[in-house]
Design a protein around this ligand. Structure first.
Ligand SMILES: NC(=O)c1ccc[n+]([C@@H]2O[C@H](COP(=O)([O-])OP(=O)(O)OC[C@H]3O[C@@H](n4cnc5c(N)ncnc54)[C@H](O)[C@@H]3O)[C@@H](O)[C@H]2O)c1
Length: 378
């Protein structure tokens, strides 16, 4: 069996992403190769309740085969449930299973499960070992890499603020098994493709052209095209995270599309998956860049819209119920953007593309550029 191992060289927390078909069935060997002990160890698997009976049960058996004492706790993969009570339930399950500071928490699920389980692991007994087993495309190429964990918070004035409480907590290792994607819905798969587009834009012309070449194959879930894409896209994130683990510089560019995206994702009038909101957010950010004098000489918006459309991803909010609350939608999205974690001193910080491979952090973005971004998607 050929696995691809991508080292993530974070100083003092080196870790790795291992991608391989059938990995979930051979986790005890995979853990051993990464130096993660299982024999006689107490392990809590935190699994998305929707996949507990298939992928969760397989992971359970395969980890128990390594000699661990394993228990399972479930989470509901809904943004409204990605809150502190979910963390408390995991802490209680860990206590009930007798996890001490040598214990291990293993997340089996998409990005939401990984974020919640990771935050629980980071805070249980001031931090215990953690392993990620991502089961969505989005989590394989993005959310399971880089150690960001956390939950949503209720905003003053209403609504949920995305990932406003959390911590950096690197997993000991991440094991991505593309076979588990067979049960993922086509819409969720395409949502993950949005983050791959983001990585391609950050990386440069060669990767963006490769995605354009394979767009229809990827949108249809072609296994060979996905097998090429997953390690390549994940490696882009791994490289950026290793260069700037605590987001003091270049890592902020991974938020391309997320300032607008997070603000629209939790609007009650829209029913968008995370990647779909990011797709629309990337269009808004590109339009904002084009409206900013001197910012870009290579208009990206039309090219991005074309690629996202070929991937069956949305490029605007038309088709959602946001039309019913216009023009207040503009104001409401702008209000929510004001709570973004990247903001400093009251000014918005936007991640704007000048060209493929040239994305920068724009502090104190002028309102005219923000407006142009919002107009492009409303
Ligand atoms: N930590 C990070 O760096 C980071 C990066 C990007 C996104 N995120 C977070 O990740 C979340 C989005 O992640 P996601 O898109 O993976 O969503 P998710 O975890 O909510 O999963 C999406 C849906 O797929 C289902 N599912 C998961 N795996 C499945 C499988 N193999 N078969 C069938 N169904 C399956 C889930 O039950 C859920 O309904 C958001 O909360 C976002 O904030 C975190």
């Amino acid at each position: 069996m050929h696995d691809t191992r991508i080292p993530i060289d974070i100083p003092s927390h080196p870790t790795a992403l291992v991608v391989g078909e059938g990995l979930v069935a051979r986790l005890s060997d995979a853990f051993a190769r990464e130096g993660i002990a299982l024999s006689n160890r107490r392990v809590l698997i935190v699994v998305d309740e929707a996949i507990a009976s298939n992928h969760g049960a397989h992971a359970f058996d395969s980890i128990r085969a390594g000699g661990a004492h394993v228990a399972m706790a479930t989470v509901a993969a809904r943004e409204s449930e990605k809150t502190m009570p979910a963390i408390e339930r995991i802490w209680s399950a860990a206590l009930a299973h007798g996890l001490d500071r040598r214990g291990l928490m293993v997340a089996v699920g998409g990005g939401l499960t990984g974020d919640v389980a990771g935050f629980a692991a980071a805070t249980y007994m001031r931090g215990i070992d953690f392993v990620q087993i991502p089961t969505t495309l989005l989590a394989m190429v993005d959310a399971s890499i880089g150690g960001k964990t956390g939950v949503n918070l209720a905003l003053p004035g209403g609504g949920l603020g995305k990932n406003l409480a959390g911590s950096f907590w690197q997993p000991k290792a991440t094991f991505a098994d593309p076979e588990v994607l067979a049960t993922l819905s086509p819409r969720e798969l395409r949502s993950g493709l949005a983050e791959c587009v983001k990585h391609a834009v950050l990386d440069g012309e060669a990767r963006l052209s490769a995605m354009e070449r394979d767009a229809e194959l990827l949108a249809s879930g072609d296994r060979a095209a996905l097998a090429r894409l997953i390690p390549e896209s994940a490696a882009i994130k791994a490289r950026i995270v290793a260069a700037d683990p605590y987001e003091r510089g270049v890592r902020a560019t991974l938020n391309f599309g997320h300032t607008f995206g997070h603000a629209i994702e939790t609007l009650p009038e829209v029913d968008l998956l995370h990647g779909e909101a990011v797709a629309i957010g990337m269009v808004a950010a590109s339009a904002a860049a084009e409206a900013w004098p001197g910012c870009t000489s290579v208009p990206m918006t039309a090219r991005l819209c074309k690629l996202l459309t070929r991937l069956s991803l949305p490029t605007s909010l038309s088709g959602t119920r946001v039309g019913a609350i216009l023009p207040s939608a503009h104001l409401e999205i702008r209000r929510r953007m004001g709570f973004d974690k990247k903001n400093e001193g009251g000014g918005l910080r936007l991640i704007l593309p000048r060209a493929a491979g040239d994305v920068f952090v724009a502090a104190n973005a002028p309102e005219a550029a923000v407006d142009a971004g919002l107009r492009a998607i409303l």
